[in-house]
Design a protein around this ligand. Structure first.
Ligand code: FES
Ligand SMILES: [Fe+2]
Length: 371
């Protein structure tokens, strides 16, 4: 059939990918000798810090009879279940004690494990590795280790500021992600007198290229129609400002802006909490305006406003999505969303066959849209 200019219909699968690191909780919310409840990919977790501040993540269910471990007692080293007092090492989940055993009963206590997850602290967040296949949650062996370290923000100088923002969205990970990479909603959702309005819409042309597990919007001088960029160019006394935006599976968007000796870098993730709920975490690092009073606060305010506008939009969208409509993806504005779905499918296919991932992009592509 000839390629009619009709939008392509697409349904989301809301499938959550295992075998990756996910941001679980902002690091400053988890204190020493304390427990914190979290959910990732519908897995209940108890996250905490031991006596020396080292974070850990366990499945929030006792391997004995499923009691949530967050209701137990934690002494900064071992966690004792509140039901029958079994004790577990918080870092590897290994059972240390079963109080009901008599001296002549030789049940191998140390062969029992509570479900435990690799856990790292990175750039203000505690990250948890969700293995593939997902661990059964409890069992008779140590947990699988993560193949690599948790992702971190790229930084270009030793001194910088770091801040985070988060927002929960009542939509699946797919909607959270394609909302994040969507170039056409800006003028409608993020209107503000100091930023831009519907009247500033103009045609844009951007180059994209494939990168492992994702794609990159190549370095360029960003839209000159926004006041903050004009200000930045003036402040940094730089002829050019380059921005690079990458998306990589399962859920990571990084943005790097460089202007002379100044830089701004962010790592945003969309984390699946449940099939129908996700959370956006933006962590930014920068050496710009470090000494100018109020500017970091101003930046944070502007960012918070943006994220809140996105959150509100997705909350409204969730109403419309209740009846599971198909999506319509059009060229070129929704091409990144199409790549996302294709990458996800290619990832699952490569897992099934054991073959390397077949990237949906064969080379550089220029996309055009008005925004
Ligand atoms: S349920 Fe935890 S010790 Fe029995
Ligand atoms: Fe947005």
């Amino acid at each position: 059939m000839p390629d009619l200019d009709l939008p392509q219909r697409q349904s989301t699968d809301a499938l959550m990918l295992t075998g990756f690191w996910y941001r679980a909780v902002p690091a400053d919310r988890v204190h020493r000798n304390q427990l914190y409840k979290a959910t990732l990919l519908e897995i209940p977790l108890v996250i905490g810090r031991d006596r020396i501040g080292q974070p850990f993540a366990l499945r929030d269910a006792c391997p004995h009879r499923g009691m949530p471990l967050n209701c137990g007692r934690f002494d900064g080293e071992n966690l004792e279940c509140g039901y029958h007092g079994w004790q577990f090492d918080v870092h590897d989940g290994q059972c240390e004690l079963i109080p009901s055993l008599t001296p002549d009963q030789n049940l191998k206590v140390d062969r029992i494990y509570a479900g435990s997850y690799a856990c790292e602290e990175q750039d203000n967040f505690i990250w948890v590795f969700i293995p593939d296949p997902p661990s059964p949650g409890a069992g008779f062996g140590p947990r699988p280790e993560a193949p690599d370290a948790a992702p971190q923000i790229e930084k270009f100088t030793n001194k910088y500021k770091l801040a985070y923002l988060q927002a929960e969205m009542p939509v699946s990970i797919d909607h959270g992600i394609i909302g994040l990479m969507d170039p056409a909603h800006g003028p409608f959702v993020h209107q503000a007198w100091w930023w831009r309005s519907q009247h500033s819409i103009h045609e844009k042309k951007k180059n994209f290229e494939p990168i492992p597990n994702g794609f990159r919007m190549s370095a360029h001088t960003p839209s000159s129609n926004s006041a903050p960029y004009k200000l930045l160019r003036l402040y940094a006394d730089a002829d050019s400002i380059t921005t690079t935006i990458d998306f990589v599976l399962p859920n990571i968007r990084t943005e790097t802006i460089r202007a002379g000796k100044y830089w701004f870098s962010s790592l945003t993730t969309v984390t699946p909490i449940t099939r129908s709920h996700c959370r956006i975490d933006v962590v930014a690092a920068w050496n710009l305006f470090r000494w100018v009073p109020f500017v970091p606060d101003l930046l944070k305010f502007v960012f918070a406003k943006f994220v809140e506008q996105d959150r509100r939009t997705m909350e409204l969208q969730a109403e419309g999505l209740k009846h599971n409509p198909h999506l319509m993806l059009i060229d070129d504005a929704d091409r990144p969303a199409k790549w996302y779905f294709q990458l996800k499918a290619a990832h699952l296919e490569s897992k099934r066959t054991g073959e390397p991932l077949k990237h949906p992009m064969s080379g550089r592509v220029t996309l055009k849209w008005r925004s």
